[in-house]
Design a binder for this molecule. Structure first.
Ligand code: F6R
Length: 261
């Protein structure tokens, strides 16, 4: 079962996960992080940046792989995930730019881009800790309902609901690309530790389906149930539809501190 942690704020969520990432880097200087974009992981990146400011740590060896990228945005587009990762992760955390990878969404080289990305992750020894958000559709990465649990990095079509959700980052809804290149659910499942975060009532039903629903490709988030080490960090609103909430709180309250997440 995934471990479910309910926190009182995004800030607490960020601090909890950042502490775990920090411990990982302290133990393994060339830790491989799986990096999500969107709003959800921002408190983690902010807490990590703060932690490194307060108590500097050599992060020059850290490697990273983004989950996904839009297809067809011009190189340097402000909302391309390459730019977002640079702005929100590489710069504030002081990571080494050429050690942080983002799938290549350029149209000319798209055919081989998925396989190339898989090879790079494999060459790095796999992802140690994968940060994840979840879409209202239940998507992980951009694996929309119906995605195979065995899927690897490839080009996918964004669900209209996901395009609409991401329209907030673009000047007009039309500008949101229709296609993306995303790690597959199979890729994500190979990471050694999955940390899924969700905040707000609009994520509650996707979280309930992922954590407690049947394991089904119709709910990509339910792929977490097939993984041996998953931590789900939620605020009260995102946790609201979970049936076993009391047990999750009880388990967390009684967990030996040395276990970490
Ligand atoms: C981001 C990603 C997506 C987002 C999801 C939630 O790299 O792959 O799965 O995690 O769409 O987005 P936010 O966090 O903006 O609500």
């Amino acid at each position: 079962m995934a471990e479910i942690v309910i926190v009182d704020s995004k800030r607490s969520a960020g601090e909890l996960v950042a502490a775990s990432v920090r411990r990982l880097i302290e133990a393994k200087a060339d830790t491989v992080l799986g990096l999500a974009t969107g709003s959800t992981p921002l408190p983690v990146y902010a807490a990590l940046a703060e932690s490194f400011r307060r108590n500097p740590l050599d992060v020059s060896g850290v490697r990273g792989f983004a989950l996904d990228e839009y297809v067809g945005l011009a190189r340097g587009h402000f909302e391309s995930y390459r730019e977002v990762i640079s702005r929100e992760v590489i710069q504030p955390l002081g990571l080494t730019p050429n050690r942080i990878h983002v799938p290549n969404g350029a149209a000319e080289t798209l055919q081989g881009a998925g396989a190339d990305y898989e090879r790079s992750i494999e060459a790095a020894g796999g992802v140690d800790l994968q940060l994840l958000g979840i879409g209202r559709t239940g998507h992980l990465g951009f694996n929309e309902p119906g995605s195979s649990f065995a899927s690897l990095t490839r080009v996918k079509t964004l669900a209209p609901a996901s395009r609409a959700d991401n329209a907030r980052f673009f000047a007009t809804p039309e500008e949101v690309p229709r296609h993306c290149i995303t790690q597959g659910l199979g890729t994500i499942r190979r990471a050694r530790h999955l940390v899924l975060l969700a905040f707000g009532a609009e994520k509650a039903s996707a979280i309930a389906a992922a954590v407690e629903g049947p394991v089904t490709a119709s709910q990509p988030g339910s792929a977490i149930q097939l993984h041996e080490h998953v931590t789900v960090v939620l605020d009260e609103e995102a946790a609201a539809e979970l049936a076993n909430l009391d047990f999750y709180r009880y388990s967390w309250a009684n967990k030996p501190a040395w276990q970490g997440i």
